[in-house]
Design a protein. Structure first.
Length: 60
């Protein structure tokens, strides 16, 4: 999988990876975010507490 890199007008750098799948966006998102779906791909997944990511503008 190849990525593209570009500098945004405000000077930040964007790294973008794109993949096309023969499935709906909802089905792909579920496969990436649902513990039950991930277990089908990764047998060794451990159960853990739910986490949350927050994306906010700023440096770093």
């Amino acid at each position: 999988m190849f990525g593209t890199v570009r500098t945004l007008p405000d000077g930040r750098v964007e790294l973008r990876f794109e993949r096309w799948f023969p499935h709906s966006c909802d089905k792909v998102w579920r496969a990436l975010t649902s513990a039950d779906e991930l277990r089908a791909w990764f047998v060794e997944i451990l159960d853990c507490d739910r986490s949350e990511l927050t994306f906010s503008p700023g440096r770093g």
